[in-house]
Design a protein around this ligand. Structure first.
Ligand SMILES: Cc1ncc(COP(=O)(O)O)c(C=O)c1O
Length: 387
């Protein structure tokens, strides 16, 4: 079946964050939004049909998650990435940001050091600071728009009594998909210094060939024994509104401790539609995802070519993964508030300011290209007005 990602669907007045919170986020409701990380594409038919079928039953009482819920993601991981997992090593989580916060609560104490790699997804900072843990930064190193890890700095920080490392793979916002060599180095350093790895792999399906997603826990038994991996179909299939995800650990003690938090607060009910949607997505999603990846990749190539031809002062690099492009506006030499103001008020665009992802994001903006090409063309046309 051929899916139509060109279709424009009006999302206004649906309480969707991306379109309906523009006024409060950007100060005006008429910006063209390309910020929050969801897609303007229809959630796939096989997910919606499963939801419709459940809705038709018209009894929405208490439910449990059947074995097939966990088997669907186990089979998906094996099929897509060659990672053999066991369904018994997985537990439900009501979203990945909650799972990051629970992990910090469960596995560290107040004042403990937790290491992250900015520029990185904003809630990583909150997951540490909001629980009064010490935020330790191992900033990524940028060269010509390509980001790598400063392993010497990382080892110093891990060795200085760090308790936890939160990995973002693929990395939001810089679009890297960490290689096997990089992941082995990260994993082995964490093993050496006995630092727990919380691996946020929410973007793991959004990887462009020839890059390949590698689950850090798949690399060795030692690494697996100190890793909790967070996974979800929410980014992949545009279904974040279900808040249904899982955490995996081959270490039964880690998993038990983590799950006891979820059970203590009775968070494991989740929601009836999330369960159904999750399973349908992982069971039937291959073809849809392959087509989505082609479309998003072409969108990225379009943006790259457009900028190169019309605004070479805005620099960007080919993404290895995610549908979020990281645009370098440093040539404009503007304060971040002025850059933001220019994009909102001159170009009429709603992008994420790079500074949200840490100080390393100064002079950058994050652009979400998971939208119909016609929308993206409008974004680029409006961007031209800042020239
Ligand atoms: C790296 C990363 N983790 C987690 C999330 C959100 O996860 P959830 O909606 O399941 O809380 C996002 C959304 O953009 C993300 O980019």
């Amino acid at each position: 079946m051929n899916y139509n990602f060109d279709e424009i669907i009006n999302r206004e007045n649906t309480n969707c964050i991306k379109w309906d919170l523009r006024e409060s986020v950007f100060g005006r409701a008429d910006v063209l939004p390309a910020w929050v990380a969801d897609m303007d594409f229809r959630t796939p038919d096989f997910v919606m049909n499963a939801i419709r079928e459940k809705a038709e039953h018209e009894i929405m009482g208490y439910v449990f998650r059947p074995q097939s819920f966990f088997d669907s993601v186990r089979d998906w991981l094996k099929r897509r990435n060659g990672w053999q997992t066991d369904s018994k090593d997985m537990v439900f989580t009501p979203g990945i940001v909650p799972a990051l916060n629970f992990s910090v609560e469960v596995f560290t104490d107040k004042g403990d050091k937790v290491v992250i790699q900015p520029p990185v997804y904003t809630p990583f900072f909150g997951a540490i600071k909001d629980h009064e843990r010490e935020l330790i930064e191992n900033p990524l190193v940028e060269k010509d728009g390509y980001y790598t890890i400063d392993f010497e700095d990382m080892e110093r920080k891990l060795a200085n009594n760090a308790k936890m490392f939160i990995l973002c793979n693929p990395h939001n916002p810089v679009g890297r998909v960490w290689t096997k060599e990089e992941l082995l180095q990260i994993g082995n350093l964490c093993v050496k210094h006995n630092v727990l790895i919380i691996s946020d792999e929410i973007h793991c399906d959004l990887v462009f060939k020839p890059n390949k997603h590698i689950h850090i826990a798949s690399l060795s038994d030692q690494i697996a024994q100190l890793t909790l991996t967070c996974l979800a179909p929410s980014k992949t299939f545009n279904m974040a509104g279900f808040a249904t995800s899982i955490a995996h650990s081959a270490n039964s003690e880690i998993l038990k401790k983590f799950n006891s938090f979820i059970e203590r607060y009775h968070l494991n009910m989740g929601n009836i539609f999330g369960n159904i949607a999750f399973e349908a997505a992982y069971k039937y999603g291959d073809d849809w995802l392959d087509q989505l990846l082609d479309y998003v990749k072409a969108n990225m190539e379009y943006v790259e070519a457009f900028l190169k031809e019309n605004m070479p002062e805005i620099r960007t690099r080919k993404n290895e993964g995610t549908y979020l492009m990281w645009l370098d506006f440093k040539a404009f030499n503007l304060k971040d508030s002025d850059l933001n103001d220019m994009l909102i008020n001159k170009a009429g665009l709603g992008l994420n300011s790079g500074i949200m992802f840490g100080l390393e994001g100064k002079g950058f903006m994050r652009l979400n290209v998971a939208c119909p090409r016609a929308t993206l063309e409008k974004v680029m046309k409006q961007l031209l007005t800042i020239k």
